[in-house]
Design a protein around this ligand. Structure first.
Ligand code: GLY
Length: 422
């Protein structure tokens, strides 16, 4: 496999992991962690405080005011994540989330209420927008912890949530583009009787770069034919080539030291129907312990489940680690699961949002950001924080320097194709 993108070269030389994952992690050209550091926080931390993934930033102020006025910590956290769930333009959660491979939006969520030590969770729920609130309803109105699929949907309707179509027109068109992108071997996409039909590019001795260029060109044509608005086309093509898995986590702590957390997601775009990621798994996508603190995750759900990420972090803090150390240790377990193999780890993206009971917090991530400069501007991983005054976004502390890479890996991308994404 050839990896020609400049970002990755830089990444593999500068940033391969070195810290504490055993002998397999050692390598001469490897350095340790990136330099951002939340450990410089003052000894007395602020309470109340709310932390969340950066897509919750604009909902922090209202939730903080609610918390400060005596509102419950879980309700404050849910108020934050409800924002992106209601927003049709956020394609990572709730309404407008990208659907599964059959074009159906399936949502996962869970919540933990520290003061009463109760939990609720729902997985693979269709037709109900605010699954974070449904997870709270499971907690309050059943003797169970987790409901999934049709049963979870029927329960949601029974307790008063409206059924609605979660697939927005924009998300439907992006899904349709994805179907057509994969239609070399099926009947999706224009048939041969269509005047615009073209045979799929074949490898008739041409370089990969040329085939790639043709593929992107076809995708853009398809996007236009499907009526995807010009300003959405680039995003649509990118999401079709590299299905994302956005999510939001939020943890809230009040001045009394009560703490709660919740996580909600539409999961991996174009996933197999029924796939459940880490978000609704208590101990993976979210974990809160009233005695210790709270943690949550966004990123590669399958990898996070394997290290029980949020629970591992909270247990680490219970045993004396700072929020940052607790998160870094958990990220190292992911690295260990792949024996420090950067050829695989570069495709894994993981961010943890961590809040200790005294108000100390950290945002840590496996990589500094996501995406290569081959396809527009890479994004930097951030944690959003509101602890009084102005809400702020801070870059996470990264275990590895550089960015995680798009998956599935594209072949060598010609410069002129890269420019189309800028
Ligand atoms: N972290 C979200 C998911 O993998 O579904």
């Amino acid at each position: 496999m050839t990896f020609s993108r400049r970002d990755f070269v830089k990444t593999s030389v500068l940033g391969a992991v070195a810290v504490g994952v055993g002998s397999q992690a050692r390598g001469d050209s490897h350095s340790s962690v990136a330099t951002q550091d939340h450990d410089s926080q003052p000894a007395s931390y602020k309470r109340p405080i709310i932390i969340c993934a950066n897509n919750g930033f604009k909902y922090l102020d209202d939730a903080f005011a609610f918390l400060k006025n005596g509102g419950d910590t879980l309700d404050a956290a849910l108020q934050v994540v409800k924002g992106p769930e209601d927003d049709p333009k956020d394609r990572s959660v709730g309404l407008g989330g990208l659907p599964n491979e059959e074009g159906v939006v399936e949502l996962d969520a869970c919540c933990m209420h520290g003061p009463t030590r109760r939990v609720g969770s729902v997985g693979a729920v269709r037709n109900i927008k605010n699954v974070s609130l449904v997870s709270k309803a499971v907690m309050e109105h059943t003797g169970h912890v987790m409901l999934v699929g049709e049963g979870a949907e029927r329960f949601a309707v029974a307790v008063g949530f409206p059924r609605e179509n979660l697939l927005t027109d924009d998300s439907r068109k992006i899904w349709l583009l994805w179907k057509e992108y994969h239609s070399d071997a099926d009947w999706w996409g224009p048939g041969i009787s269509n005047p615009h039909w073209q045979p799929p590019p074949t490898d008739d001795g041409r370089p990969q770069s040329e085939l790639w260029r043709e593929r992107v060109h076809h995708l853009e044509e398809h996007a236009a034919n499907l009526g995807i608005a010009p300003e959405l086309r680039r995003e649509a093509v990118y999401k079709v080539m590299f299905p994302p898995m956005g999510t939001i986590h939020c943890s809230a702590l009040n001045d009394k030291g009560e703490i709660s957390g919740c996580t909600t997601t539409s999961g991996l775009a174009f996933k197999l129907p029924g796939r459940v990621g880490d978000s609704p798994i208590i101990g993976a996508g979210c974990y809160t312990d009233q005695d210790v603190g709270s943690a949550g995750a966004t990123g590669s759900g399958e990898e996070n489940i394997k290290v029980a990420g949020a629970h591992t972090i909270v247990e680490n803090m219970r045993h004396g680690m700072s929020p940052r150390e607790a998160g870094m240790d958990t990220l190292k377990r992911i690295v260990r699961n792949y024996n420090n193999d950067m050829n695989k780890l570069k495709f894994i993206d993981m961010t943890y949002y961590i809040l200790r009971k005294d108000g100390a917090y950290a945002g840590v991530s496996l990589w500094e950001g996501y995406g290569s400069s081959s396809f527009g501007t890479p994004s930097v991983h951030k944690i959003a924080v509101q602890d009084g005054g102005q809400a702020r976004s801070e870059p996470t502390v990264a275990l590895l320097k550089g960015n995680s890479q798009e998956f599935p890996p594209p072949p060598k991308v010609p410069t002129e194709v890269q420019k189309q994404f800028k």
